[in-house]
Design a protein around this ligand. Sequence first.
Ligand code: CA
Length: 226
Amino acid sequence: MRVLVIEDEVRLAATLQDLLELDGYTADTRHDGEAGLDEALTGIYDVILLDVMLPKMDGFTVLHHLREAGNATPVLMLTARSELSDRVEGLDSGADYYLTKPFEPKELLACVRALTRRQPELRNTDTLCCGDLTLEKRSFALSCGERSVRLSRREFDMMELLMLNQKLVITKEKLLVKIWGYESDAEDNNVEVYISFLRKKLEHLHSQVKIKTIRMVGYCLEFPGI
Ligand code: CA
């Protein structure tokens, strides 16, 4: 499980990172809204802890952009302000949970556990679109017009990551970590094999969407109109 902590108080961010890592999570930190949003958009996180008052871009704006991009990662908003209006604004903008500072470590970890349990439901609720393609999260079906194929679990995870990040290049390392996890001994060529499976399926579907290789970096989706 991977958690992203977006918090500008550097010491608090480091404390949260330690706390999460002691509890068995992998945690990354970012200290402003823009850097946090960029990192969150990679789609590799299972939960995001998001401070409200942040330099460059506030937490509500980060959350708004994240949801607008189709990213459904559960978000736990953190804030020193406890006014009701903030809570409401947070919930309206798609936050899953709200925690006011100061909070007990136990309370935070309980929230993170609750959110990671909820994620499978979230993943199954909708459909992703990109160019002429539709990906059904419930059935793992990838469709283009009348044609449709069923993806394997790994093909689906890979396609989902590419579709959630339509305008970004996904590095091989990110694909490896997201699909196989840190503990696995999967290598770069495992990624290449699955990319070639997906390319065959796109060809079969007669889709205009292509998986483009960016040499030495990774992959991105390419289709007319982008
Ligand atoms: Ca702050």
